[in-house]
Design a protein around this ligand. Structure first.
Ligand code: FAD
Ligand code: EPU
Length: 339
């Protein structure tokens, strides 16, 4: 384990923002994570735990220690007739893990194909896409408590998963380094292809009885057609969460904007696509300096090459303000803003 000084984080964030970390260390084993926590008084330092950097916005140089989690390995812990428990280490690339499951015909994560980032960050915001969330297949995770260096296990319930939420973004923010995640996957999966776009792709391909691989392929095709590839255009996926509003507020707006999409989330609430709200405020495809809202998906803010984090943050604030003024809805960042 070697601690470097003054390292550029540009290769470590998919927004492609230039910012330096005062200290930078890459951890490859559980022992290294524990030794670092126990010997460097980490709980008194400013820390940035890094997976693939696909859900962060760096706003300035980071005057603390950036810790890139690189622990690798996938192992089957238990297997019976119907299910398999698989543990994946935090530094595994999420999509590689999904491909491992798809290739072994293990169902549960195929709808989450091609989400960037690493396994260790997946529980942070309970990643979700195309009708699935990891909480549906999440068994438990192991984390190192930063203050003590000790290992702790969290069950599904203890993670308090919600829409793009977990206990690690709230009560336990900054307290743990996730080192591995265990998933319960299905050998006889009930496939989930209710999402309209998946059905369309399957129909077009003439696939009447899809398997896990077909669902994964369909999701990959949809994602590639909509979302900008961070290797080409810097971004961190959806910049904001889709807001939830009361049914009364929804109906009131629907009178004014009959085309407004929305879907029921609870008895009293509806979710509205933030991308639609942002497009209605004329931000879609608009370029402001080095940044803008993407031309195909207004919810994705992009870096056209030389943006600094504050430029993106200022754009985000302007977008929030115009959505608030037009619709009286406060949209919230989904991306983790690093100060
Ligand atoms: P990072 O960006 O490195 O970290 C995210 C947060 O987790 C940070 O606060 C970080 O400190 C913390 N963290 C990371 N690793 C650990 C660890 N081991 N222990 C403790 N804390 C840790 N997300 C979705 O949910 N659904 C999507 O469909 C989706 N699509 C995307 C599409 C694109 C093109 C992009 C760029 C992003 C998309 N995302 C999506 C967001 C992102 O891919 C996910 O949030 C992903 O899980 C982030 O993983 P990461 O390893 O890159 O995390
Ligand atoms: N829409 C517009 N204009 C736009 C974009 C979207 O009008 O520019 C409207 C359309 O009505 C569209 C609807 O929004 O039908 C939904 O769009 P889309 O299917 O692209 O999904 P989303 O709600 O914008 C969410 C997630 C994505 C996830 C997709 C697929 C959030 C914040 N985002 O996006 O996650 O991949 O659904 O399930 O929940 C991410 O978290 O980074 C992410 C990309």
């Amino acid at each position: 384990m070697r601690i470097f000084q003054n390292i550029s984080l540009k290769p470590y964030n998919t927004f492609g923002i230039e910012a330096k970390a005062s200290q930078f260390v890459e951890l490859n084993t559980l022992e290294e994570v524990q030794v670092l926590c126990k010997t460097f008084n980490l709980s008194e330092r400013k820390l940035l735990i890094l997976g693939g950097g696909s859900n962060i916005l760096l706003t300035k140089d980071f005057d603390g220690m950036a810790i890139k989690i690189n622990l690798k390995g996938i192992q089957v812990l238990q297997s019976d007739e119907d299910t398999v428990l698989i543990e994946a280490m935090a530094g595994e690339v999420w999509h590689d893990f999904v491909m491992y499951c798809v290739q072994n015909n293990l169902g549960g994560v195929e709808n989450l194909s091609l989400i960037p980032g690493c396994v260790g960050a997946a529980p942070m915001q309970n990643i979700g896409a195309y009708g699935a969330e990891i909480k549906q297949v999440f068994d438990s995770l192991t984390a190192v408590e930063i203050a003590s260096g000790e290992l702790v296990t969290f069950t599904n319930e203890q993670c308090e998963f919600g829409y793009r939420e977990s206990v690690f973004k709230n009560e336990h923010k900054g307290k743990y380094i996730i080192v591995s995640v265990t998933f319960k996957l299905n050998k006889k999966p009930a496939l989930n292809h209710s999402y309209g776009a998946i059905q369309e792709v399957l129909q077009k391909a003439g696939i009447a009885k899809p398997g896990i691989q077909d669902i994964s392929n369909a999701v990959i095709e949809i994602r590639k057609s909509k979302l900008p590839d961070p290797a080409i255009l810097g971004n961190a996926g959806s910049f904001f969460k889709n807001p939830e509003i009361t049914i009364d507020a929804f109906n009131h707006l629907k009178n004014q904007y009959p085309d407004m999409p929305g879907y029921i989330t609870t008895e009293n609430t509806m979710k509205v696509p933030a991308g639609w709200l942002i497009e209605q405020c004329n931000w879609k495809g608009k370029m402001i300096g080095n940044t803008g809202a993407h031309k195909n998906q207004a919810l994705v803010l992009v870096n056209y090459g030389a943006a600094d984090g504050n430029e993106v943050l200022n754009l985000a604030k302007q977008i929030q303000e115009s959505v608030r003024q037009k619709f009286n809805i406060q949209i919230q960042a989904e991306v983790n803003i690093i100060e």
